[in-house]
Design a protein around this ligand. Sequence first.
Ligand SMILES: Cc1ncc(COP(=O)(O)O)c(C=O)c1O
Ligand SMILES: N[C@@H](CCSC[C@H](N)C(=O)O)C(=O)O
Length: 446
Amino acid sequence: MATPPDGPQAQAANKAISKLDLDGHNLPPSPAPSSPQVGRRRYALATELVYTESKDQYGASSMPIYQSATFKQTSSSGGNEYDYTRSGNPTRTHLERHLAKIMNATRALAVGSGMGALDVITRLLRPGDEVITGDDLYGGTNRLLTYLQANQGVVVHHVDTTDPERVRAALTPRTAMVLLETPTNPLIKIVDIATIAAATHAAAPRALVVVDNTMLSPMLCNPLDLGADVSYESGTKYLSGHHDIMAGVIALHDAALGDKMYFTVNATGCGLSPGDSFLLMRGVKTLAIRMEKQQANAQRIAEFLEGHGFRVRYPGLRSHPQYDLHWSMARGAGAVLSFETGDVGKSERVVEAARLWGISVSFGCVNSLISMPCRMSHASIDAKTRQERQMPEDIIRLCVGIEDVNDLIDDLSRALVQAGAVTLTLDGFHANGAPGETPSPPPPSV
Ligand SMILES: Cc1ncc(COP(=O)(O)O)c(C=O)c1O
Ligand SMILES: N[C@@H](CCSC[C@H](N)C(=O)O)C(=O)O
């Protein structure tokens, strides 16, 4: 993992993490397909990621894909653990147990996408319920919340969740959910999960604290250990790691809540397919080694850009204003960073001049990606709202993979020079469009 900082908060966090690793959690009663339960974590996370207890009848080292929609019963009243793949499938159950273990949860559910996971969670909301969430959110999350507000009578409050006092002030007896993202996508702001969870549980006991852990993955953060009620993430990203599947994962402790969510998974048919469950399981086994390399590369690239005068947003940099807070909650900085050139046209030219960096949405994959969030991942947030939320139109997001870091830096340098985003000097080059010098007007809404 990235070198942890040495401050007292970080030391306390590391102590807490190793205690959890040793202690694990109480084992729940024996599992049924409708309630995949966790095994106790015995080893360090990197070991647990690859260590699975396969129940395969032939002792297969890799849980096979049970590519079957239906399962034969021994009598008209059932008799088999599984009846129909929408309700449960051995490959998915195997994955869900493994996910629960690595997410320090009692139960995990695997569904068809990260947004599918948030859909399952938000189906708990009723008309009149209030949701408090951030003002820098993944575009798809913002879109689903906007839909719920417009069509389901749910009231959504967007506040600056980097300030727990703003969340506290927004809590009412009608607050049913506090939905957090950290680091935020794409502004890389850090949100204090533990303080907000404690404040929420004290002031609004029926409210659920839900954390989107996509930007860190269980390798770097376990929101449930910080007081969240539900942790979910897009398995499309770090967990699978190869951009070959869409997946979503929900992890929690509360059994009754887990049953309600399982009801939705079964009733709506959004459970992860056996084939994608297999691929997600395979991806999870290499999470530690991928994350280690991705983070090391991201750190070098962040330092390279900052060293050349760019304003870089990355929690691995000491200059990040919430560096200590991030490291009090997380075991690494992740592999997503963003920076600004000071001009939309320049940013567009940088992105389009890159060769090794693919112009794509998404992140957490073995290959590196470059994007302009305002036009791509966050285009579903209208331009006025983006401006209100201070999302710079010229922001470039880098999602760092496992390539040779020197190749990545060379390609980025060439793109910066070709785009005219840097001034050449005898010593090399430096950013020539400091943020704020040439403010970029937002384009028309998409
Ligand atoms: C932070 C975050 N949460 C959730 C999602 C949704 O995941 P998916 O694309 O798997 O639906 C994404 C990306 O799409 C994301 O970036
Ligand atoms: N067209 C998609 C965009 C997906 S963005 C994927 C990912 N979360 C990211 O941040 O890059 C949509 O409208 O959802």
